[in-house]
Ligand binder design. Structure first.
Ligand code: SF4
Length: 724
């Protein structure tokens, strides 16, 4: 199909300095955990986006010198010939598709931790870092300023030689150029501090030097935050950003503006989780730039709707659609618009699980796109599937996220697939999760897969089948079976903290409810205690849902924070603000000794560090080798919600395993488990599980992963030729 003419505006070429973008889709810089040390992963991940239609594809932040780093998080570097060789591979893969490659040169200044290099990071004024505990910056003198400006220039020259078409000076999020611009960080009294012109000088001079160095070989981009959302304590639109755009425009230093908001330690205000920020949430703070700049402007805002994108350009908000997360969730988003297949777009759900993995020092993953970062090491392509060598029948039991993904990929491969779901609707636990406060976009996990399954003629979907027995499955007539029956929250309070039921909790008693029971509409009393051993969205989701209903809610967790996982998904700060504002009482570093069940429930909680700090000097069998604490606090309530632990729904699989001797007679070659029924995990990991088993169904042991390429340095080879 041809594209709808209403989207033509998205496909008009546009000039950025000396380069031409073939359309208006721009993958703005974002981390993937590959940097310059995993060149195969980097090139395949970025090259795929060029194939998918992004006219500009950028690296993540890229260091200009060897001292500025963020261990254990991986960033790119372009400081020697080895880096050039590795990133040239990315440029080549991007150029294959007539797209432009961009590199984002960055110095974090006070925000760097330099855990590996052990250098004191340079910044306008000496201070302890307000992000990286234990790091203190060194105030740059004018020699330092010249040295770092020269580092940007030399890196820019290397970028041109490497093949980059767009070269960034990253100023945004409060990194080094904005530290100079900010009155909060910059306390200098020389020509780089004080007045606006002085505070802007470092950034302006550096841009001028970079532009002179690259000439017409590359476009110069700069990324700026128009606000830090800190009022007078940070960058503000009128005071700083607007005047800076005017100044740089007057001097003709920037070929393309990439405009965002926020500061490094609260970058969730920029990479906004869907729980708090909807698409295009930054527009009120960024849209003035287009009216001042006389060159193209990129805006971002987790854009997934082609209608929104076209309207944003037509309205004059910006010229170019920048995306990071939507391009991870669907690297082929532009192509799908161009080919008139907008219903095939796999929309980002705004969960920030991609970011969470990188924040934990691991490579990026994606809830919606199981192929993300698997392009090179497993050779996967999100739109291409190896045809089934023998398209036999496969029964998938359970249509939650893992089962739906497994059936989708099996269908794409050409198997004769039957997907059976006990309930009347597909979606499994996600049907509940999408009704938690703020999480409605998580429903895209279901809707994308439902649309794709509807299109696959070789996939039969049967809903409302009721629970299938082993007998049903054995007699079904499929050659292979994938069991994806999900998991359930424990109704007895069992979790990894106790590895046993919680004393006093009565499974089945109407006063003790699992999250599923709450979502099923079971009656909840006025005073509620949520027990959260999980630490992600369920406990906090229950607490917010119930406080919104007017209940008096306390949340108890053994963690030092409620929902600590949300530190990594960038939801933490606003969840704290939400709990404070809505009056949810937090009991952190506490767990449950027992629950007294009388006319009212009394939950006895104890501080997890109540035992003595001095350890005994001799071992006594069965005795704790420290003073045993006995203090506890009593919480009276009417209902206890148990977000303690999940158990797999694996009865069907074990029933089938017990009848393994019958499999051959029934023509069954293998039975496997995918998703939570194998082990309850994050949605991204169970979707991956279903996807992987479908890709590897004809391997020797589909339950286990086929070996993949482990990209690494190999001793005796020289992976880092020195730059002369
Ligand atoms: Fe979007 Fe979540 Fe995928 Fe990140 S992990 S790209 S937020 S769907």
């Amino acid at each position: 199909m041809a594209r709808d003419p209403k989207y033509d505006v998205l496909f008009e070429p546009i000039q950025i300095g000396p380069k031409t973008m073939r359309n208006r889709f721009y993958q703005t810089p974002h981390c993937n955990g590959a940097g310059s040390i995993l060149p195969g992963t980097q090139a395949a991940f970025r090259g795929l986006k060029a194939e998918g239609g992004w006219a500009v594809v950028c690296t993540e932040q890229c260091a200009i010198d060897d001292e500025n780093e963020l261990t254990p998080n991986t960033l790119a570097t372009l400081t020697d010939e080895g880096d050039m060789i590795n990133l040239r591979h990315m440029c080549d893969e991007v150029h294959k598709w007539d797209s432009l490659a961009g590199v984002e040169f960055n110095h974090m200044g006070i925000a760097a931790n330099n855990l590996a290099t052990r250098s004191a990071s340079p910044s306008p004024s000496t201070s302890s870092s307000d992000w990286m505990m234990g790091a203190t910056s060194h105030a740059m003198d004018e020699d330092d300023i010249l040295r770092y400006q020269n580092a940007y220039v030399e890196a820019s020259k290397r970028a041109v030689q490497t093949g980059f078409d767009v070269i960034y000076l990253m100023g945004a999020a409060g990194f080094l150029p904005e530290q100079f611009l900010s009155k909060f960080y910059n306390k200098r009294t020389d020509k780089y501090g004080g007045s606006f012109e002085n505070r802007a000088r470092f950034w302006i001079e550096t841009l001028a030097k970079m532009k002179a160095a690259v000439g017409d070989d590359a476009a110069i981009a700069t990324r700026m935050s128009t606000t830090h959302y800190l009022g007078a304590d940070g960058i503000q639109p009128e005071e700083d950003a607007l005047k800076f755009v005017e100044l740089a425009t007057a001097e003709g230093l920037v070929d393309v503006w990439d405009v965002i908001t926020s500061i490094f330690y609260e970058w969730g205000e920029h990479a906004g989780p869907s729980r708090f920020q909807k698409s295009n949430h930054e527009a009120p703070f960024t849209k003035f730039v287009k009216g001042i700049a006389n060159v193209p402007v990129v805006n971002i805002g987790r854009f997934t709707s082609p209608d929104d994108m076209a309207e944003i350009i037509r309205s004059g908000q910006c010229d170019i659609i920048g995306t990071a997360r939507p391009s991870i969730a669907d690297p082929f988003l532009p192509r799908k618009i161009e080919e008139g297949r907008t219903e095939d777009i796999r929309e980002c759900i705004g969960c920030n699980v991609c970011i969470s993995r990188w924040e934990r020092g691991a490579p990026l993953i994606c809830t919606q796109n199981a192929v993300a970062n698997e392009e090179y090491r497993r050779g996967w392509h999100p739109e291409k599937f190896e045809p089934a060598p023998d398209p036999y029948g496969v029964l998938v039991v359970g249509a939650g996220p893992a089962g739906m993904e497994c059936a989708r990929v099996l269908g794409e491969r050409g198997y004769d697939v039957h997907l059976c779901e006990a309930e009347k609707d597909m979606g499994g636990h996600m049907l509940d999760v999408m009704r938690y406060p703020g999480l409605s976009e998580y429903g895209r996990v279901i809707s994308y897969r439902q649309t794709q399954l509807d299109k696959l003629k070789n996939v039969e979907v049967h809903t409302g089948t009721g629970e299938m027995s082993a007998e049903d499955v054995l007699k079904y007539g499929a050659e292979k079976i994938v069991v994806s029956t999900g998991s359930h929250w424990n109704s007895d309070g069992d979790s990894y903290l106790t590895m046993a039921p919680l004393p006093g909790v009565i499974a089945g008693d109407a006063r003790f409810l699992t999250p599923e029971q709450v979502m099923a509409g079971k009656e909840v009393g006025e005073r509620v205690v949520v027990l959260d051993a999980d630490g992600y969205f369920t406990g906090i989701g229950m607490a917010e849902l119930l406080v919104n209903q007017g209940k008096q809610v306390s949340i108890v967790t053994q963690h030092g924070d409620v929902a600590p996982m949300t530190h990594y998904t960038l939801e933490f700060a606003n969840l704290q603000r939400m709990m404070h504002e809505k009056g949810i009482t937090q009991h952190t570093y506490h767990w449950v000794e027992e629950v007294d069940v009388g006319n009212v429930l009394k939950v006895k909680i104890f501080n997890v560090f109540r035992d003595g700090y001095e350890r005994a000097t001799e071992s006594k069998h069965n005795e704790l080798p420290r003073r045993r604490g006995t203090e506890f606090t009593e919480l009276e309530c009417d209902t206890v919600v148990l977000a303690t632990g999940r158990s797999p729904n694996d009865k069907l699989y074990h029933d089938l395993s017990a009848r393994k001797s019958e499999w051959a007679n029934q023509g069954i070659e293998g039975i496997y488990q995918a998703g939570d029924c194998y082990a309850p995990r994050f949605t991204a990991d169970v979707v991956f599980d279903g996807h992987r088993i479908a890709r590897e169904l004809d391997s020797a042991h589909p339950q286990r992963q086929v070996p993949y390429i482990r990209e690494r340095m190999i001793w005796g080879m020289d992976p880092q030729p020195k730059f002369e």
